[in-house]
Each structure stands twice: as C-alpha cells, then as structure tokens.
Write a protein that binds this ligand. Structure first.
Ligand SMILES: Nc1ncnc2c1ncn2[C@@H]1O[C@H](COP(=O)(O)OP(=O)(O)OP(=O)(O)O)[C@@H](O)[C@H]1O
Length: 399
C-alpha cells in the first residue's frame, strides 16, 4: 500500500505518535472553499494532524487567513472535512444530527466577542441556560446555571441571574460566555481569540480563569489566536499554522524560545522585545487558492533568500515537507531546520520563560484574577471569585 496520503504527503516519513489516545484528534484534515469566478479552490486547511490531550491547552497560532478558524470549525464538527478525519476519544466523529448533538455537549465553543455573542435582551440566566434547554437537560436547571456562573468566577451566582449584558463589565460578560460553555460540562473548549476584545487589565484574569478550569476540571482547550503572548501565557503546546498547514509544533518553551521554522522566527522577530532585528517577509501575502509548490513558505523564506539554505534550496522549491505528526513531540516542517536539527545560534531565542502552569508570575498590573471579578456594576463587589491564585505572566508580546 502506498504511504502517500491524499495530501500528497509521504506518511511513512512522519514519526509515529506513541502517546495515549488523544481526547481530540485531527488526522490529515482538509477543508477548502470554492474559488470565486472560476479561481482555484481556497485550500484553507491543507492536510493537518493535531492532537489535544486530556487537560492539555494547545494554542493554534498564525497570521490572519492561515486557516485557524477553518481548522477549529472542523474540530468542532461545524464543517465536515473533505479529507481526513476528526476523532474524539479515538472515535471518528459522526456527522448525522444526533451524533453531532451529542458531540456538542462534550466540545464547546467560546467566542471572542462577548458583546456579539450575548443577546442584549437576554438575562445572564437566559444566556447560560440556553445550552441546557437546547440539549433537553432534565436536571435542576437553576442549580446548573448557578454552578457554571460560580465556576466562571461570578459569585454569588444568584446576584447575576437577572442582569443584562449592558449591566456587566467586559470581563464579566466574557465570564458569562464561558459559563454558557461550561454549563453542559464539556470535556474540551475551543476558545477563539478569548481575550482579544478585552482591556489589557482584564485579559490576565480571563486567562487565569481558563487555567484554573483546566486545573480544577481537567478541561482541555484549543485556543485559536494570532497573539503569541496569549499562547505563551496559557498554552502547554503550540501549533504554528501557515497557509493551511501546521509548520511547527512543540511545547510553548520549545517553539517560542527556540523557534526552528523561519516563519515562526519571523513572527517572533517582530515582537517588541525581540532581541533580533525584525524580519520583513518578502513576496505576496499567502493565498490559499495558489499554494506554492515545494515548501509553501519558500517564496517568502528569509533563510532561503539569504543563501543560508543553499544546500537544500532545490528541495525547498520542489518538495513539500511531510505533514507533522499531531502529537506532543516537537517537530518542524522545514527542510533547512530539519537538516540543522537545532535552533539557529544567532540569538533568535526569546529568553527564558519561567515556571509553567499555575505558578506563572503575576500579570503586569499586579492584579490577580479576583480583581476584575470584584468589579460590580454597582460598586458592591459582586462576583468575587475567591478561587483565584492562578496568575499569568507577561509573555513575548507583552500580553
Ligand atoms: N466561507 C468562506 N468562503 C471562501 N473562503 C473562505 C471562507 N472562509 C474562509 N475562507 C478562506 O480560507 C482561508 C482561511 O481562513 P480562516 O478564517 O480559516 O483563517 P484564520 O487563520 O482563522 O484567519 P482569521 O484570523 O482572520 O480569522 C482564508 O484565505 C479565507 O479567505
């Protein structure tokens, strides 16, 4: 049997993943959109393997248009991949309405804009209980709503039941959205730019909340973001996407302090505290309806342009690097980086990150998670979380 899969990739060259069965797994996933006016289809997701383990937080990063949202939608079962498959707990997703309904209890989406995702005419109780009603929950609805609000740091929860979105702060609205996802007791959440619309002072608190939910509930998360600072602060593992593919993956420390792919290096070089000069990528912005042959990054690759990759240049121009395995092992889809095997010794590292997980250091404004949640709309300090203590460090982008 041929080892070349439907993406044209020689799978025999992909290192096997020996880890336990991941909670959520994409394998060879492809999603494309019809081209406009006779143009070639846009290959938004062009053969991606990605695993998320139980209790693991994976950040999917990359510039706008690289396919993050399309991949997330495929993982959520909102779009059926045209090739490859998505599995949950080792079982491939079913796409009939009953199977999808059951799946959506277990995997919940948290959208980025709490103002946009909350109906201004619905109370907090309505917003959080909606999922229970959709799924025909037959338990104690009020108790479930109260528990979800409490878990999301809005305490005492009953004080929030009859409030409307406009009566809440931005951070409290985001907590209501998170409570709406938690109420169905999912095993995994997909958070699309979860703090992008929030003030810097509130961002750390929401990130700390997500970390605490992981620690307390064993909740897994895929965080979709173009913000490397967010990835740094929240994720265990990072997958960097470029033009429909994951081009580098590994632990946060590996990828953000010792980036191996020239694209990751370029992204990190433009952060304010980068120790290396910013890399301005040449060439056209990537177009998923015109994926270059060979390595899809090669027309813009600063390493190839510099001559430093001359010995592999022919392969860069003609040979598509293998699809990276979705598991936890660090990997890079780059002929030059795979050959050198290590990060370049030119000071591109970002410095040391410090301790991971719940021991991350305080946010830049010195406030813990409790600070924002005490911000009641009437100054009485409703919503005191009381469960804080998980703090978040300023990351590579100063998040
Ligand atoms: N419904 C659609 N119809 C046609 N093309 C689409 C559609 N949705 C996405 N695309 C294209 O697919 C590619 C990937 O888009 P996607 O939204 O997945 O990227 P992204 O990395 O999430 O970007 P952003 O951060 O801006 O949301 C883009 O070129 C986009 O124009």
């Amino acid at each position: 049997m041929s080892a070349v899969d439907e993406t044209g990739t020689d799978r025999s060259r992909v290192s096997p993943d020996t880890a336990a069965v991941p909670l959520l797994s994409a394998s060879g996933v492809r999603v494309s959109f019809p081209g406009r006016r006779g143009a070639a289809p846009a290959r938004a997701v062009d053969g991606v393997d990605l695993d998320i383990g139980t209790g693991e937080i994976v950040a999917l990063v990359g510039e706008s248009g690289c396919g993050k949202t399309s991949l997330a939608r495929a993982l959520l079962g909102l779009v059926r991949p045209e090739a490859g498959r998505v599995s949950f707990g080792g079982v491939p997703l079913g796409y009939d309405s009953r199977a999808l309904r059951a799946y959506r209890r277990r995997v919940q989406l948290v959208l980025q804009d709490p103002s946009g995702s909350l109906n201004p005419r619905h109370t907090v109780y309505d917003a959080v209980s909606e999922g229970l009603r959709i799924h025909g929950y037959d338990g104690d609805e009020g108790a479930a709503v109260a528990e979800a609000l409490s878990r999301a740091g809005l305490r005492p929860p009953e004080r929030f039941f009859l409030r409307y979105p406009h009566e809440l702060s931005g951070g409290q609205r985001q907590r209501v959205v998170i409570a709406g996802a938690l109420v169905l007791r999912p095993e995994l959440i997909v958070a699309d730019e979860p703090v992008a619309s929030l003030d810097a002072s509130v961002r750390g608190e929401i990130l700390a909340l997500l970390l605490r939910l992981r620690d307390e509930l064993g909740l897994s998360a895929l965080v979709v973001t173009h913000d490397l600072g967010l990835a740094w602060n929240i994720a265990d593992r990072v997958a960097v996407m470029y033009l429909g593919r994951v081009v580098e993956t590994g632990t946060v420390e590996e990828v953000l302090t010792r980036p191996r792919h020239p694209y990751t290096q370029a992204m990190l070089s433009v952060l304010p505290e980068s120790p290396v000069p910013p890399v301005v990528l040449a060439g056209e912005p990537p177009d998923p309806s015109r994926v270059p042959p060979g390595c899809r990054f090669h027309p813009r690759c600063q390493v190839l342009a510099s001559g430093a990759a001359d010995d592999v240049a022919a392969r860069c121009r003609t040979e598509d690097p293998p699809v990276l395995a979705g598991g936890s092992a660090g990997a890079v889809a780059c002929h030059w980086a795979a050959r050198t095997g290590t990060a370049p010794a030119d000071g591109r590292g970002r410095g040391t990150k410090g301790t991971k997980g719940t021991e991350r250091t305080a946010p830049a404004d010195g406030r813990g998670e409790d600070a924002e949640s005490t911000e009641g709309t009437d100054g009485r300090g409703e919503g005191t979380d009381g469960g804080g203590g998980t703090e978040v460090a300023a990351g590579p982008s100063g998040a």
